[in-house]
Every structure is written in structure tokens, then in C-alpha cells.
Write a protein that binds this ligand. Structure first.
Ligand code: 13P
Length: 256
């Protein structure tokens, strides 16, 4: 049985007071909630503050981050390493997000390097994949996801997906309110799992596949009712403690 993972990707949002209120709110909302791993990825500058607040709240939240470099130290201006992330207790690191692919020209090959370096450093990649609207309309969704996953499998081997998280995020559903239907998401998740199973059934069976793209408290349950949807990567709704906690609770209830 895969324990669901619900993760909040805060993107470029936050301030000291917002981070404090949000994490304190989540600490309260998640009291007594079991059966789900709940993670947050604040902007890097707030990871220190987040670590302290999570500890104060009794470690109900897993700390993550939104990016990593592929070096641990040296002359790499502006970057942030796995060792530094580990220093602050961050474990779940988002890579391959469509916003980084688009705005920072990150290629499949570069993302595969990040994946490998996170694994080498004992961190958990939260590896985002997903198709554009045009690719979706052209019926290329499964092929795009397979290509993105193959970049990692080719570089790191199938076993590298052990303990990793894949987040299927159709780009057209991100921040648009136009979420994929639960049936469509399930179909793609099943195809992703089958693609991995063709290389290793054992790896496919354990890999967490999250859905991301306009997940809200109102639609969360419909996703988690599906057998191949093991959690969610949440943007907008993760910035509100009650909404994000409601999504996490829906996952815990559906998968218990
Ligand atoms: P929204 O939940 O705001 O659509 O964002 C999804 C996302 O990109 C999470 O990484």
C-alpha cells in the first residue's frame, strides 16, 4: 500500500509573517491527522524559518524545496545545493516543474542530472512531468510523459525511481482552475505506472504518482478515489492552511 503524499508548492510567494501564519495554521489543522505525508516547499529564503516552525509544531510537516543545483559547493553564483537543503532538514525536492522548464530553459537531460544528484545525496526527487495544451490536443500526452521519464531512466537506471515521487502536472491545468478530470488523470497515471512497470514491476508498484494542476478541497477527493493517484502537488490552494489541510485530510481518508 502506498502512503499518499500531499505537497504544497508555494512557488514565489511568502514573507516572514505569511510563512509563520501558514505553518502555524497547518500545525493546528493537521493535529491528529495520520495516513498521509504532508510536505511543503517554501521559497528557499524561508526554509530556515520553516524548519524552526515545523519543529515547534511537533514535526507534522515534511520540509521540501523548489529547486536544487547539481553541485554541492563551489563557484556557482546564485545556486543552492542538496547539502545546504539537508542542512535545514529539507528532504522532498521539486525538480522538472514546467515553470522551470519554460522560464529557465531546463531540458530533460538537465533535470535528469538534478534527479541523479538528489539521489546521490539521499534526497527525494519530486519529479514533475506533463504535457502542454497543444500536446494534449494532439493526443501526445502519454508519449510526452514517457519521454520525460525516460530521460531519468536512461541517465540513472530504473531503480533510481525507488523512493522517488513523480508529479503528473498537465501544464494547461496549472493555475488555470481548469483541472484534469479524475478519470483522465487516472488514465494517464495508469499509463505512467505501466510505462515504468515495463522495466520493473516492483519499482512501478511503489512509486508515488501525484496529480497536480488546480487541485482544490472541492475536487481533491475525486482524484484520491482513483487507484493510481497517490497524492497531489498543490500550488494556489497550498497557500491557505485550511484548504491545504482539507486536501491532505481527503487523501488520508480516501487511502485509509
Ligand atoms: P495550482 O495548484 O495553482 O494549479 O499549481 C499546481 C502546481 O504547479 C504545483 O506544482
Amino acid at each position: 500500500m502506498r502512503q499518499p503524499v500531499v505537497m504544497g508548492n508555494w512557488k514565489l510567494n511568502g514573507s516572514k509573517s505569511m510563512v509563520t501564519d501558514l505553518i502555524n495554521g497547518l500545525n493546528a489543522e493537521l493535529e491528529g491527522v495520520t495516513g498521509v505525508d504532508v510536505a511543503i516547499a517554501p521559497p528557499a529564503l524561508y526554509i530556515d524559518l520553516a524548519e524552526r516552525l515545523i519543529k515547534e509544531g511537533g514535526n507534522k510537516l515534511i520540509l521540501g524545496a523548489q529547486n536544487t543545483d547539481i553541485n554541492n559547493s563551489g563557484a556557482f553564483t546564485g545556486d543552492m545545493s542538496p547539502e545546504m537543503l539537508k542542512d535545514f532538514g529539507a528532504t522532498h525536492i521539486i525538480i522538472g516543474h514546467s515553470e522551470r522548464r519554460e522560464y529557465h530553459n531546463e531540458s530533460d537531460e538537465f533535470i535528469a542530472k538534478k534527479f541523479a544528484f538528489l539521489k546521490e545525496n539521499g534526497l527525494k526527487p519530486v519529479f514533475c512531468i506533463g504535457e502542454s495544451e497543444a500536446q494534449n490536443e494532439a493526443g501526445e500526452t502519454e508519449a510526452v510523459c514517457a519521454r520525460q521519464i525516460d530521460a531519468v531512466i536512461n541517465a540513472c537506471g530504473i531503480d533510481a525511481l525507488n523512493g522517488a515521487i513523480i508529479a503528473y502536472e498537465p501544464i494547461w491545468a496549472i493555475g488555470t482552475g481548469k483541472a484534469a478530470t479524475a478519470d483522465d488523470a487516472q488514465r494517464i497515471h495508469a499509463s505512467i505506472r505501466a510505462h515504468i512497470a515495463a522495466k520493473s514491476a516492483a519499482v512501478a508498484e511503489q512509486v508515488i504518482i501525484q496529480y497536480g494542476g488546480s487541485v482544490k478541497p472541492e475536487n481533491a477527493e475525486s482524484y484520491f478515489a482513483k487507484p493510481d493517484i497517490d497524492g497531489a502537488l498543490v500550488g494556489g490552494a497550498s497557500l491557505d492552511a485550511k484548504s491545504f489541510a482539507a486536501i491532505a485530510k481527503a487523501a488520508a481518508a480516501a487511502k485509509s
